[in-house]
Design a binder for this molecule. Structure first.
Ligand code: FRU
Length: 520
């Protein structure tokens, strides 16, 4: 008896000294294990700690920090009264969560918008020594909407004097009223050197409006664009506009981004672009047809950073689609953002194209693998094994235009990608990629991307996978497809099939792991 008691006391003493209460250690471990490790949790994309997120908002760089605000509903994993969530990063890869920046108020929910640094204190809301950060957003008054009125979307403004940590709403809100348009929203504000004015883009149902201001508070409408240009299968949302120099020349063109929902080429939400000119007041473009920044179903409401070093155009999109975004099979949170991408303009053949491609810094979280050439005879397949393709990058360069790539797991789930020379099409089929039955449109159709303007000669194919997404960049971002996937297990084999009439070679074929970016 005495012996047992002694042993027992010894054990208790040991646990106290080493602070390893059994339950505690287990709990501690479990907590660690679950942090950003739930089923389908993106390991290297931005996602909120919990609850619902949609559009990126207020993308602005200030004093060494990239701010990412986002449409956020902190009470549920479906859309609700909108707030602006907030996160910051020094390099757009590792993020720190910040407290909610903007809460709904008497004027309504806080819808999408943008942020600027008012360096010369034109608003008078800060000082020259401490310029204010200014957020301009849409107020959405749900009461007015229910009553069927036309005045429920107005524009509001808030400012921060502590680099985004706390925000004060402007007392004269709303700064732009409206009793004409039911859809009147998503202000993108930027400083334009040409006109020496603050410039605001607003969408009003089926067209873009441009407004100018000297002080960010008093605004005047100066032009409209687009009623009869581009795609009009749905409401215009989340505009953005910026100049880009055509690669390899001194020519500068302006690019206008307009998200539309529905009406995207593969269904639901998507982002179109126009290339044209802007004289400080009016945007013009000869382009009548629609062109798409990303052909996949899961890149929406994307906009670019204001105030970046070296004027780089950095784009982030919401990696989802309004068709099924509120039904995807995640539990604690819903949605993620795309990999940050650099936008550029390139002449390919006779056509100017908007290119989007991961920021170079992304390489910092990619573990370099071994590259090799892979040759495949006509009609043959080869298989590449990798422990976890769902946190990996696959790259290669090839002249081949006819092949199929199939990512598979041990459960037999597979994601099929196909470059089809005959059809001049890239195809993505996620119907067997994992869970796909949570909503009828998610995998009903094979997603198609016409690739008719691919140059002859070798092209790079780059595929980025995370636990619940795939982003495909063909010819360094000339053609891009982003799609969510929900495999029940990680893919661990990639089968490559030569579908052409001759043998093909993939040069510098490489599979690299991508580091997780979330630490407790
Ligand atoms: C785009 C959008 C915006 C709106 C916001 C509301 O996804 O519909 O037009 O401001 O989401 O959350």
């Amino acid at each position: 008896m005495k012996n047992r008691l002694e042993w027992w006391l010894l054990l208790v003493a040991f646990c106290m000294i080493y602070n390893v209460g059994m339950g505690q250690i287990e709990l501690g471990k479990k907590g660690e294990k679950e942090f950003y490790n739930e089923p389908y949790r993106p390991q290297w994309h931005f996602s909120p700690k919990e609850k619902w997120m949609n559009d990126p908002n207020g993308l602005v760089y200030y004093k060494g920090v990239y701010h990412l605000f986002y449409q956020y509903y902190p009470e549920d994993i479906v859309w609700g009264p909108m707030h602006w969530g907030h996160a910051v990063s020094k390099e757009l890869l590792h993020w720190e969560h910040k407290p909610i920046a903007l809460y709904p108020d008497g004027h309504g929910y806080i819808f999408s918008g943008s942020a600027v640094v008012d360096t010369h204190n034109t608003s008078g809301l800060g000082s020259l020594e401490n310029p204010p950060m200014i957020a301009v957003y849409t107020y959405h008054d749900p009461k007015g909407e229910k009553e069927g009125r036309n005045d429920y979307q107005t524009q509001g403004m808030a400012y921060s004097l502590d680099q985004g940590d706390s925000w004060t709403k402007y007392k004269g809100n709303p700064i732009i009223k409206n009793d004409v348009y039911k859809d009147f929203r998503d202000p993108k504000v930027f400083w334009n050197d040409k006109s020496n004015k603050w410039t605001m883009l607003l969408v009003a149902g089926d067209h873009l409006q441009i407004w100018l201001s000297d002080n960010l508070i008093d605004w005047q409408k100066v032009s409209e664009f687009g009623r009869d240009q581009g795609a009009h299968g749905g409401v215009w949302e989340c505009p953005d506009m910026f100049p880009l120099q055509v690669e390899g020349s001194t020519e500068e063109k302006w690019v206008l981004l307009i998200s539309i929902n529905p009406g995207a080429p593969n269904g639901g939400s998507g982002t179109q672009y126009f290339i044209g000119d802007f004289d400080g007041k009016t945007f013009t473009s000869d382009q009548k047809e629609s062109r798409w920044l990303d052909w996949g179903m899961d890149d929406y409401a994307g906009v670019t950073y204001n105030n970046t070093p070296n004027n780089k155009r950095i784009f982030i999109g919401w990696m989802s689609n309004w068709l099924y975004g509120q039904q995807v099979p995640t539990q604690k949170w819903r949605s993620a953002m795309t990999v940050p991408r650099i936008l550029s303009l390139k002449k390919i053949g006779d056509t100017l194209s908007l290119i989007n491609y991961p920021i170079p810094r992304f390489e910092a979280i990619v573990d370099s693998g071994v590259s090799k050439d892979i040759a495949i005879d006509k009609g043959k397949k080869t298989q590449v094994d990798f422990a976890n393709f769902n946190q990996a990058q696959v790259t290669f360069t090839t002249n081949a235009k006819d092949f199929q790539l199939v990512f598979k797991n041990r459960l037999g789930e597979h994601l099929d990608l196909n470059l089809d020379d005959n059809k001049q099409m890239f195809l993505l089929d996620r119907s067997q990629s994992g869970r796909a039955d949570f909503q009828k449109d998610f995998a009903a159709k094979v997603q198609r991307m016409p690739i008719g303007n691919l140059p002859n000669g070798p092209i790079e194919v780059r595929i980025l996978l995370d636990r619940s997404s795939v982003e495909i960049f063909i010819n360094k971002g000339q053609y891009v497809m982003t799609a969510q996937i929900f495999p029940k297990e990680n893919y661990d084999t990639l089968s490559i099939e030569n579908c052409s009439e001759s043998s093909i070679i993939f040069r510098d074929f490489e599979v690299d792991g991508i580091q997780g970016v979330w630490r407790k």
